[in-house]
Ligand binder design. Structure first.
Ligand SMILES: Cc1ncc(COP(=O)(O)O)c(C=O)c1O
Length: 396
C-alpha cells in the first residue's frame, strides 16, 4: 500500500456521488455582491448557508475601518503574536473583548480553530480529564487528542449521561474540564447551559463554552449562551471566533482566571503562526462596537430566523429541534440531500450540504442559515423554492 493509496477511496466516492459540473464541497463564489447574494456557477444566488449572522461583512463602518488599517499599517503582520505580530490593535481588541464580556483576561488568536486547539491543549494535559459533548466541533476533538488528557464524551445535550460520567470520576472532577458549545453549528440547537453549569457547581469541575455560533446571536448584549442562560459567572473559559457574527477571521478566549494570560507563553498555535492582519483586527473591533451598540440587529436576526424556521416547518420539513439562525433540514440519504442541494442551487438558493462526520449522528443535512441582512422578500423566495421541492426528495 503506497502513501497516496488511501486517497483513492475519496476519489471513487467523489466520482460516484457528486454531480458533474459543481462540487458542493468545493463551491467557488465567483462574485460576491453583498452579505446575502453571490454568483455561483454563473448564476446569481441568495446565500442561505453562511455564518454571517449579523450581515456585517459588508457593513460600511467595518469596511472603512479595515481600509484605514490597511493603508496605515500594511497588508499583514508577518509574524506571530509572540514575536513581531502583536500590533497596538491586537492589544486594544483584547482589552475590548475583556470589557465586552466583563472578564479580566482575553487572548486573540489567528482563527477559532487554533484558539480551541491551543487553549484546550494547554489547559488540560496528561492526568486531567475533558468531558465533552459528543457533537463538539472538530477543533475541540483535535484539541482533546493533542492535550493528552483523558477524553470522555457524553451524549449530545444529555444531562443524565453527563451526570453519570461526572459521578464516575470521583475526586478527579477537580481536574476535569467540561466543554460544550452555545449553539451547535450543524443542527442549530442550544446547550442546556443552566443545567450544565449546575452540574459543574455540584461536581466542582471547570467549564468551557465555545460561543462560535452564539456570540452576537444570544443574550441581551450579544455575549452568547452563557449570558442568555445567566450563568456567566460559572463559565471559566469562553472561546469564540471572529468568522461568524463578527464577519471576519480570527479567534479569542476570555476568562476571569488570570492564568489565561500565561497561555501566551506556551501555546504552540499562538506562538507558531502569524497573527491576524491589521485590517482584520480593525474590522473586528468595529464589528464588536456594532454588536454592542446595535441590539436591533439581533432582533432582526431572530425575526428572520423565525420566518425561515416556521415557514419550513409549515411546509412539512424535518428540522433541528430549536428555532434559530441555523435551520437544518434532514434528508433520508446522502444521494437525496445532494439532489436537493443541486435543485436549490439551480433555483438560486445556496445552502450548505453536510455529510458525516461534519454532520452529527450519521445525518445528511441541508444546513440553511439566515442573517439580519436578509430581506423578507429573500426569505419568502427561499421558502417558495423549498415549497416547490417534493417532500419525497427528503424522506425515505
Ligand atoms: C463551534 C466551532 N468552534 C470553532 C470553530 C472554528 O472557527 P474558525 O472558523 O474561526 O476557525 C467553528 C467553525 O466553524 C465552530 O463551529
Amino acid at each position: 500500500m503506497g502513501l497516496l493509496d488511501k486517497l483513492n477511496t475519496i476519489a471513487t466516492t467523489r466520482e460516484t456521488l457528486l454531480p458533474p459540473g459543481v462540487d458542493p464541497f468545493n463551491v467557488v463564489i465567483e462574485e460576491i455582491h453583498s452579505s446575502t447574494e453571490a454568483t455561483i456557477a454563473g448564476q446569481r444566488v441568495i446565500l442561505a448557508g453562511t455564518n454571517n449572522y449579523l450581515g456585517l461583512t459588508f457593513n460600511q463602518q467595518c469596511i472603512d475601518a479595515g481600509k484605514e488599517a490597511l493603508t496605515k499599517e500594511g497588508t499583514g503582520t508577518t509574524g506571530s503574536r509572540m514575536a513581531n505580530g502583536t500590533f497596538h490593535g491586537h492589544c486594544e481588541l483584547e482589552k475590548e473583548l475583556a470589557l465586552f464580556y466583563g472578564c479580566s483576561n482575553a487572548i486573540v488568536f489567528s482563527t477559532g480553530f487554533v484558539t480551541n486547539l491551543g487553549v484546550i491543549s494547554t489547559l488540560a494535559g496528561p492526568g486531567d480529564v475533558i468531558v465533552l459533548d459528543a457533537d463538539s466541533h472538530a477543533s475541540i476533538y483535535d484539541a482533546c487528542k493533542m492535550s493528552g488528557a483523558e477524553m470522555i464524551r457524553f451524549r449530545h445535550n444529555n444531562l443524565v449521561d453527563l451526570e453519570k460520567k461526572l459521578q464516575r470520576l470521583g475526586s478527579r472532577t477537580a481536574k476535569t474540564l467540561i466543554i460544550v458549545e452555545g449553539i451547535y453549528s450543524m443542527l442549530g440547537d442550544c446547550a442546556p447551559l443552566a443545567e450544565i453549569a449546575a452540574l459543574k457547581r455540584k461536581y466542582g469541575t471547570w467549564l468551557m463554552v465555545d460561543e462560535a455560533h452564539s456570540m452576537g446571536v444570544l443574550g441581551d448584549h450579544g455575549r452568547g449562551m452563557a449570558e442568555a442562560a445567566d450563568v456567566e459567572k460559572d463559565v471559566d473559559f469562553i472561546v469564540g471566533t471572529f468568522s461568524k457574527s463578527l464577519g471576519s477571521i480570527g479567534g479569542y478566549c476570555v476568562s476571569n482566571h488570570p492564568e489565561l494570560d500565561l497561555v501566551r507563553y506556551i501555546t504552540r498555535s499562538y506562538i507558531f503562526t502569524a497573527s491576524p492582519s491589521p485590517a482584520t483586527i480593525a474590522t473586528v473591533r468595529e464589528a464588536l462596537r456594532i454588536i454592542h451598540s446595535q441590539p436591533q440587529l439581533r432582533t432582526k436576526l431572530w425575526e428572520n430566523a423565525g420566518l425561515l424556521y416556521e415557514g419550513l416547518k409549515e411546509l412539512g420539513f424535518e428540522l433541528g429541534p430549536d428555532p434559530g439562525p441555523i435551520v437544518a433540514i434532514r434528508a433520508a440519504t446522502k444521494e437525496k440531500a445532494l439532489f436537493a442541494w443541486k435543485a436549490l442551487l439551480d433555483q438560486g438558493v445556496y445552502v450548505n450540504l453536510v455529510f458525516p462526520p461534519a454532520a452529527p449522528a450519521g445525518l445528511s443535512l441541508l444546513r440553511c442559515s439566515i442573517s439580519a441582512a436578509h430581506s423578507v422578500e429573500q426569505i419568502n423566495y427561499i421558502l417558495k423554492i423549498f415549497s416547490e421541492m417534493p417532500l419525497e426528495t427528503f424522506s425515505d
